[in-house]
Design a protein around this ligand. Structure first.
Ligand code: PGA
Length: 249
């Protein structure tokens, strides 16, 4: 068995700021109905905070797990508008995204803050999905590896024991929501770089997901790459059938 086969595939839906109770109910019901046909793949959804209770109630016992899209680095206190990892675990969240590019770009999250959020999640028993990725300008300037290394540095500095419990997601900013996916070879090259960083720390088996315009039609060729262990899916995770087809790809 090569190591690709030892890392179970993981597909996580990132609903972003989409949904309402009625739409969520039919999406979640559709996922529950279709999930028995999905094999050898861990399936999860990261929903907006107000719908964590709905996800919990609908998905409990289904085999699909759930989580949030952000978390505070603080445990509790006077932090108006923030949501703590403890609150997420109150809703049985298994996952939380940390440092999605939209958080980094639109909300000024730094590499250091993202690492602190990852620690807050781990302290509450939640798996952080640490997102990294370069912008189009950085890619065109040939700085991809350098940017990824910079983003990962404060995370890797937490050490093997902590990083070994995380998931990393590579999402080139230029591929998010644009319909422009990295080619499987392009993505694999960056995943191999991330894998080498993880191996250097002694945790080569951490799962590395690809994200950015993943659809059922391109998922199979991405998943065929030796260092791509699954996907973080935005737009296509809002349609049950499409999302399940990605998981089954
Ligand atoms: P997309 O988003 O699949 O809509 O490109 C991915 C993400 O932002 O996680």
């Amino acid at each position: 068995m090569n190591s690709h086969q030892t890392r179970k595939r993981l597909v996580i839906g990132n609903w972003k700021m989409h949904g309402h109770q009625a739409a969520n109910a039919s999406l979640l019901d559709g996922l529950c109905a279709g999930v028995p046909a999905v094999q050898d793949c861990d399936l999860a959804v990261c929903v907006p905070f107000p719908y964590l209770g709905q996800a919990h109630a609908s998905l409990q016992g289904s085999g699909i797990t759930w989580g949030a899209q952000d978390v505070s680095k603080h445990e509790q206190g006077a932090f108006t508008g923030e949501v703590s990892a403890g609150m997420l675990s109150d809703f049985a969240c298994q996952w939380v995204l940390a440092g999605h590019s939209e958080r980094r770009t639109l909300h000024g999250e730094t590499d250091q803050l993202v690492a602190e959020k990852a620690v807050a999640a781990l302290n509450a028993g939640i798996t952080p999905v640490v997102c990294v990725g370069e912008t189009l300008a950085e890619q065109e300037a040939g700085q991809t590896d350098q940017v990824i290394a910079r983003q990962l540095a404060p995370v890797l500095a937490l050490g093997a024991q902590q990083v070994g419990k995380m998931v990393i997601a590579y999402e080139p900013v230029w591929a998010i929501g644009t319909g422009r996916t990295a080619t499987p070879e392009q993505a694999q090259a960056v995943h191999a770089f991330i894998r080498s960083q993880l191996a250097g720390l002694g945790v080569p088996e951490v799962r590395v997901l690809y994200g950015g315009s993943v659809k059922a039609s391109n998922a199979g060729s991405l998943f065929a790459m030796s260092d791509i262990d699954g996907a973080l899916v935005g737009g296509a995770s809002l349609m049950a059938e499409e999302f399940l087809r990605i998981a089954a790809a």
